[in-house]
Design a protein around this ligand. Structure first.
Ligand SMILES: Nc1ncnc2c1ncn2[C@@H]1O[C@H](COP(=O)(O)OP(=O)(O)OP(=O)(O)O)[C@@H](O)[C@H]1O
Ligand SMILES: [Mg+2]
Length: 324
């Protein structure tokens, strides 16, 4: 699929490089260009240390020294019709921008909840900081609504983090990220620490919320089978570069880069009952054809996963430029 067929971009990253300075400088991200379409789930895959988190932190300007953005820029295209050059944001503007327009669920986030403060207070903090005009009653109501959106009973507002399971804590982190109705959600290994059943529930939740709210997602994980299932497109990263970026189905059935091929081959689940990892919306014919070509055999397709939204795009193209 060409980028234009995907719909209007919500985020475009051009020629983006990040170095960690020091005695032995690390070129962690090298000349990465990609664009995220409105409402799309873009998977970012690659082995540990290839630069996935650094790219995400760089784009959202969360990097600290010794990291420096060595080149490139990231432009946010708001649904309201204006553009923001994220690299030019400073101070309060940057702080406002971050939760409001692009929110992140960090790697290991569920362990970053403050253990001595209840869930309500931690969720309310987001509203206090970003929506100071809300009454305390309204804030409390929104926090309850948010919890319910991510499948947690609102009575849990009174709970402390240690009273919640890992899955629930991760849902709270997702609720927090969704609090201000962001247009982009960057999730860095959001389910890696969870068991497979809980992981499945949370993935379903994310795809459901995406369909409901229309935000776009950059989903980072080294778990390629998982990405194949939930992503519209996948970018494969190696040693700081994106070596391949394609529609999930194309990347799976016709990988071009040798590294992508090796990565696919490293997951036995993909070389076995491959179809089970393909997101729904693919015709059985195409899948069977691909498998026949690949293995010279017929049939044997596993069940397709539960429903995921089939339409990632759907945004209106707006071109008015200039921050309002
Ligand atoms: N604070 C730092 N100082 C120096 N080098 C760093 C720092 N943080 C990361 N790096 C290096 O930058 C490279 C990219 O790291 P990064 O954490 O972005 O990888 P990743 O793809 O997110 O890995 P993982 O899958 O393990 O989370 C690695 O070589 C890492 O060692
Ligand atoms: Mg990482």
């Amino acid at each position: 699929m060409t980028e234009s067929a995907l719909g209007a971009p919500v985020l475009s990253v051009t020629d983006f490089s990040v170095d960690y300075l020091g005695r032995n400088p690390v070129h962690a991200v090298r000349e990465v260009s990609l664009s995220l379409a409105r409402g799309e789930i873009l998977g970012l895959a690659g082995e540990s240390g290839c630069g996935k988190s650094t790219l995400a932190y760089g784009v959202t300007r969360l990097l600290r020294p010794p990291a420096v953005i060595a080149s490139g820029k990231a432009i946010f295209h708001s649904r309201e019709g204006y553009e923001i050059d994220i690299s030019q944001l400073r101070g309060e503007d940057l702080r406002q921008f971050r939760w409001d327009k692009i929110a992140m669920v960090f790697q290991g986030a569920m362990n970053s909840l403050n253990p001595v403060i209840d869930i309500a207070a931690q969720l309310e903090d987001v509203f206090t900081a970003h929506r100071p005009e809300l009454s305390s009653q309204e804030r409390r109501r929104r926090c309850g609504d948010l919890l319910e959106r991510v499948g947690v009973d609102r009575r849990r507002l009174r709970a402390f983090p240690h009273e919640l399971s890992g899955g629930m804590r991760q849902r709270v982190m997702i609720a927090m990220a969704l609090a201000l109705d962001p247009q982009v959600l960057i999730m860095d290994e959001p389910t890696t620490a969870l068991d497979v059943v809980v992981q499945r529930e949370i993935l379903d939740e994310i795809t459901r919320l995406r369909a409901e709210s229309g935000f776009a997602v950059i989903f980072i994980t080294h778990d390629l089978p998982l990405l194949l299932e939930i992503s519209d497109r996948i970018a494969v990263m190696k040693a700081g570069r994106i070596v391949e970026l394609n529609q999930a189905y194309e990347l799976y059935t016709a990988p071009r880069d040798p590294y992508t091929k090796r990565l696919l081959a490293s997951f036995p689940s993909l070389t076995g009952e491959r179809g089970g990892f393909i997101r729904s919306g693919l015709s059985d014919d195409r899948l069977a054809q691909a498998e026949d070509q690949d293995r010279g055999t017929a049939g044997g397709r596993a069940e397709t996963p539960p429903e995921t939204p089939s339409d990632g795009g759907g945004g209106q193209a707006r071109t008015k430029v200039g921050e309002g």
